[in-house]
Design a binder for this molecule. Structure first.
Ligand code: NAD
Length: 355
């Protein structure tokens, strides 16, 4: 199996090096090929997503992505900025399902802003539809208001849209993910007000017939936002649209209190995926050897589970990460009094040793 390795900018190369070391320690025969992306792509080929990098990403079975971006590119034209590489990869590879697990290891329970008894042991998965909804729905733009109390005034408008096939494909992905976990799926919408949400809910109920082992529930998005901070452990898998998912996945991520720990995946219809940490390129700490590589290492574990069909190897990596945390090793972002402060390399080496 071929894995495209795209380290990118800032701390990207440092954290990806550690994830690659972990993959190489598994004893599998993966073919790993590296290519520049983001600012590194711009430096190498004049574009954040060079042709050769896109070709490699298309050919590969999975993509391990570091992070892109640096303040020094802020003056470039928008289409040449490093962040365009991610949007380009999502578009060209049709990555429509975004997986954002929020896991709080009990050793890090104090890192959350919530009480440990509410969050310790949290293990939920938010699945966000990534290609549709109000972000892309046409028509959108600015105009003179055609009606309403301020008719004739300048207004901005967007259109929330979902077709049945778009909801069906994300529903299947979500039911299949739930079937592999706690078998509970909560679909989040705003069906009491929005027609788009009513169609979303009706479609979820239809698709549920194919998955009798998974318990489907529905929740309005405002209630879901409350329940995520009130009783987050009541959730197993949550599936929702692009805009609600944008907000809820960040809310869920922050329950864990540590951005350096959170992996993510963006999948296409055949489970091919791009795997990356949820954080950015952290230019403020790049090159200092202090970045936390665990989000990237855990992204590699997700890749083994969801794309490469090796869930037992994913379990091994996750167990190794738990072990190094139990040993008290912490990079500065998750360090607390009494723990052993380590850098990027030591943390990566400790995970390899634990494997
Ligand atoms: P960021 O996530 O890079 O950093 C936010 C804060 O978290 C910083 O203080 C940083 O030091 C810290 N941090 C992030 N990852 C860490 C890790 N692994 N270990 C320890 N500390 C970590 O967000 P930002 O500063 O807003 O953005 C920096 C650059 O990253 C920008 O150019 C932005 O566009 C880009 N960005 C890229 C992605 C991506 O590649 N997917 C995502 C978000 C932001």
């Amino acid at each position: 199996m071929k894995i495209a390795v795209l380290p990118g900018d800032g701390i990207g190369p440092e954290i990806v090096t550690e994830a690659v070391a972990v993959l190489n320690a598994l004893g599998e025969s993966f073919e790993l090929e590296q290519a520049p992306v983001g600012g590194a792509g711009y430096e190498a080929a004049g574009h954040p997503l060079p042709e050769a990098t896109l070709k490699l990403a298309k050919e590969a079975d999975a993509i391990l992505f570091g992070a892109v971006g640096d303040w020094k590119y802020d003056t470039l034209a928008r289409e040449l900025r490093p962040e365009q590489a991610i949007l380009g990869l999502r578009k060209h590879l049709q990555l429509f399902a975004n997986f954002r697990p929020a896991i709080l290891y009990k050793e890090l329970a104090d890192a959350s802003s919530l009480k440990p008894e509410i969050v310790a042991g949290l293990d939920i998965l938010i699945i966000r539809e990534l290609n549709g909804d109000i972000y892309f729905g046409q028509p959108k733009g600015f105009r003179q208001a055609p009606d309403g109390p301020f008719e004739g005034s300048r207004e901005g408008f967007d259109t929330m849209r979902y077709t049945v096939p778009e909801v069906v494909r994300i529903a299947h992905v979500a039911f299949q993910a739930a079937a592999k976990r706690g078998k509970r799926l909560c679909s989040v919408d705003k069906a009491n007000v929005l027609e788009t949400s009513q169609l979303w809910r009706d479609t979820m109920i239809e698709v549920a017939k194919d998955y009798p082992d998974v318990e489907l529930s529905h929740m309005y998005v405002d209630n879901a936002a409350m329940q995520l901070v009130k009783a987050p452990k009541n959730f197993d898998v949550v599936v929702t649209g692009n805009m609600f998912g944008d907000i809820l996945s960040d809310e869920a991520a922050m329950l864990t209190g540590s951005i350096g720990m959170l992996p993510s995946a963006s999948l296409d219809a055949k489970n091919k995926g791009l795997y990356e940490p949820s954080h950015g390129s952290a230019p403020d700490i790049a090159g200092k050897g202090v970045a936390n590589p665990l989000a990237t290492i855990l992204s590699a574990a997700m890749m083994l589970r969801y794309t490469l069909g090796k869930p037992e190897q994913a379990d091994r990596i996750e167990a190794a990460v738990k072990k190094v945390l139990a040993q008290g090793l912490r990079t500065p972002d998750i360090w607390q009094e009494g723990a052993t402060k380590v850098g990027t390399r030591e943390m990566g080496a400790a995970v390899v040793a634990a494997l």
